[in-house]
Design a protein around this ligand. Structure first.
Ligand SMILES: C[S@@+](CC[C@H](N)C(=O)[O-])C[C@H]1O[C@@H](n2cnc3c(N)ncnc32)[C@H](O)[C@@H]1O
Length: 182
C-alpha cells in the first residue's frame, strides 16, 4: 500500500485509526527488541497495513504463529496480501476478540503488540482490554504498546510484574513504547 493511501484512510477514519501515518522503522525496531528470542506465539492488535506484522514474521521461528487483528476493512484487505502460513488474520474489534484468547488457537500467547489508539477508547474499554490482555498472556509474556501518551502507565504498573517505557522521537508523532511483563 502506498503511504498516501494509508494517510487518506487515516484522515477519513481518524477516531478509529488514531494515526496520521504508519509506524516508523525506528519504532518497529524497538518493538522487535522487546520480544524475547524464545517467543513464538504473537498477537497483534490494530495491525493496519502490516508494517509491524511483516517484520515480526521475519523474526519468529518457522513453527511460530502470529494473529493480527484489524478493524478497518481497507487495511484488512491490505493485510490479506501478506502471504505467510504462520499468519492468521482476524477482521474485527480487538476489545471483543480479546475476551476469549482461546479463539486464537495458540498453545500460549508470548507477546501482544498493540498500536491501537488506546486514548481514543473510553476508560471502561481501556480497562477491559488491559485486563483481558494480561489474563491471556503466558507467564513471562509481554505486552508491547506504542502510544502517543502514557495514559495506560498507572494501570500497567498495577497489574504487570515489570513495566518499562521509552520514547522514540523518530516517529510522527513521537511514540512511547511501553512494555509490561507478566
Ligand atoms: C495507529 S494505527 C497503527 C497501524 C499499524 N499497526 C502501524 O503500526 O502503522 C492503529 C490501527 O488500529 C486499528 N484499530 C483501531 N481500533 C481498533 C479496534 N477496536 N479493533 C481492531 N483494530 C483497531 C486501526 O484501524 C489502525 O489500523
Amino acid at each position: 500500500m502506498r503511504l498516501i493511501d494509508f494517510i487518506k484512510i487515516a484522515v477519513k477514519d481518524y477516531k478509529k485509526v488514531g494515526a496520521v501515518t504508519i509506524t516508523s522503522r525506528h519504532t518497529v525496531k524497538r518493538v522487535l527488541k522487546g520480544l524475547k528470542p524464545e517467543y513464538k506465539y504473537i498477537v497483534e492488535y490494530g495491525a493496519g497495513n502490516g508494517v509491524i506484522t511483516q517484520e515480526i514474521l521475519k523474526t519468529i521461528s518457522s513453527d511460530g504463529k502470529m494473529i493480527a487483528i484489524e478493524l478497518n476493512s481497507r487495511l484488512f484487505k491490505e493485510l490479506s496480501k501478506i502471504n505467510d502460513k504462520r499468519l492468521k488474520l482476524i477482521h474485527g474489534n480487538v476489545i471483543e476478540k480479546s475476551r476469549d484468547f482461546s479463539r486464537f488457537s495458540l498453545p500460549r500467547v508470548d507477546a501482544v503488540i498493540s498500536t491501537l489508539p488506546l486514548s481514543l477508547l473510553n476508560k471502561a474499554e481501556r480497562k477491559e482490554l488491559i485486563n483481558n490482555t494480561y489474563n491471556g498472556l503466558a507467564d513471562g509474556g509481554r505486552v508491547i504498546v506504542c502510544q502517543y501518551s502514557l495514559i495506560i502507565l498507572p494501570a500497567f504498573r498495577k497489574i504487570f510484574k515489570k513495566v518499562k517505557y521509552s520514547l522514540e522521537i523518530r516517529n510522527l508523532p513521537p511514540y512511547f513504547i511501553i512494555i509490561g511483563e507478566k
